[in-house]
Design a protein around this ligand. Structure first.
Ligand SMILES: CC(=O)SCCNC(=O)CCNC(=O)[C@H](O)C(C)(C)COP(=O)(O)OP(=O)(O)OC[C@H]1O[C@@H](n2cnc3c(N)ncnc32)[C@H](O)[C@@H]1OP(=O)(O)O
Ligand SMILES: O=C([O-])CC(=O)C(=O)O
Length: 381
């Protein structure tokens, strides 16, 4: 697989389905850029809110713009009471991706985007900022209420979205390391060209539907284990391994049985996913911080075995599993964090689609029956 991934065949692979100025994926083999900036550069030098500003408003902010943006987002964290009531009715064993999907949809009922003039979307930026600010509140409000019986305070004084999320989740402010890792993680997950969930959002946008419908559809698409759900699936796998040797033994068995191993491979990248090296480094730092001697070495061995045996590499999701785990984040909240971040990419693409729209409607190759007549019902069977 490493030598030239074939971009063709099923799944629209390799076909250009539209234009974007938001990102490039794998253009120079394995690179990822957001509006011309290398993701590594952004992850090293920016906060998530700067990257959100870049994606949604077109440029990295000045200090004054960033301060104003963060203050604005901070003021939009509260949830409307009817939304809280809906969240309180969702059981603890619901899938958190279903919760955030429902939360987004309910928000769209309570705070509808203005779509009264067809094709004009005068409140889209307001609606996007609101979702960016309150998605962490939706996730944590439901999680803390259903699991701990606590009605969480959605208005923390945390400056960043990542710290705000961890604060609500745990009831205390995160340390600097955890806040930094959240920033990096949210930056890495923010945008990725025409991936499946973003394409869903663009298809929905192309019908001139409202922004909450576009994002709700995208959340449903991200949920699957072949896409965003892979970080949770990877965690479920690695936590079963008791040592690096055990991991190797089990992985070899899975490969022999031709099982899919979550967190590996990619539809576009051919030799590596540039986000992996970055989150792997932070996972190693977090492992040292918590004194881990199992999960990180297990993860590294999985990476070595997959490359040695199949030339398959870790995608963005694999080392996110251990990194989030070391920060004490429950596995079932891994993919909702992805939503908190990818919302920026989805929304950027919706605005881009709306600005130069033609309804997305591909064709199918028909493989069914030739033309035939309807038999009277008494003669069928
Ligand atoms: C943030 C993200 O969404 S990143 C993606 C997250 N998803 C995962 O981690 C799920 C696991 N990975 C996969 O299922 C796939 O690699 C995908 C969905 C990401 C990409 O799918 P495709 O582009 O169809 O894969 P690709 O064409 O490279 O597959 C080539 C071969 O490698 C195999 N392969 C690919 N990934 C894996 C894997 N993770 N484990 C085992 N085998 C794999 C395929 O089965 C295929 O084998 P075949 O030729 O015998 O059929
Ligand atoms: O691009 C893809 O197909 C999947 C992916 O890595 C992402 O959405 O981040």
């Amino acid at each position: 697989m490493a030598e030239g991934k074939k971009l063709g065949g099923a799944g629209l692979r390799g076909q250009v389905a539209g234009k974007t100025a938001l990102s490039t994926v794998g253009v120079s083999g394995s690179g990822l850029t957001y509006r011309g900036y290398d993701v590594k550069d952004l992850a090293e030098n920016c906060e998530f809110e700067e990257v959100a500003h870049l994606i949604l408003k077109g440029a990295l902010p000045t200090q004054a713009e960033l301060d104003a943006y963060k203050t604005k987002l901070k003021g939009l964290r509260s949830l409307p009471q009817p939304l809280k009531e809906v969240l309180e009715r969702i059981p603890a064993d619901a899938h958190p991706m279903d919760v955030i999907r429902t939360g987004c949809s309910m928000l769209g009922n309570l705070e509808q985007e203005d779509t009264t003039v067809m094709g004009a979307f005068p409140t889209q930026e307001e609606a996007i900022d609101r979702m960016l600010a309150c998605f962490p509140s939706i996730i944590c409000y439901w999680y803390r209420f259903s699991h701990d019986g606590v009605r969480v305070e959605e208005n923390t004084d945390d400056e960043s979205i990542g710290a705000h999320f961890l604060h609500m989740l745990r009831g205390e402010k995160p340390n600097e390391l955890h806040e930094r890792v959240m920033n990096v993680s949210l930056i890495l997950y923010a945008e990725h060209e025409f991936n499946a969930s973003t394409f869903t959002a663009r298809v929905c946008a192309s019908t001139l539907s409202d922004i909450h419908s576009c994002i709700t559809g995208a959340i449903g698409t991200l949920r699957g284990p072949l896409h965003g759900g892979a970080n949770e699936a990877a965690m479920d796998m690695i936590e079963k391994f008791t040592s690096a040797d055990h991991a190797e033994q089990e992985m070899m068995g899975m490969l022999e049985r031709k099982e899919k191993i979550m967190g590996f491979g990619h539809a576009i990248y051919s030799t590596s996913d540039p986000r992996n090296a970055i989150i792997k480094e932070w996972s190693e730092k977090l492992a040292a911080d918590v004194g881990d001697t199992v999960l990180y070495p297990v993860s590294v061995r999985c990476e070595e075995v997959m490359w040695r045996e199949k030339k398959l590499f870790c995608n963005a999701d694999f080392f996110h599993a251990s990194a989030y785990h070391f920060m004490g984040i429950p596995t079932k909240l891994f993919t909702p964090i992805f939503v908190m971040s990818r919302l920026t990419g989805w929304a950027g693409h919706v605005m881009e689609q709306r600005a130069d729209n033609r309804i997305i409607r591909p064709s199918a190759e028909y493989t069914g029956e030739d033309l035939r007549k309807v038999n009277p019902i008494a003669e069928r069977g």
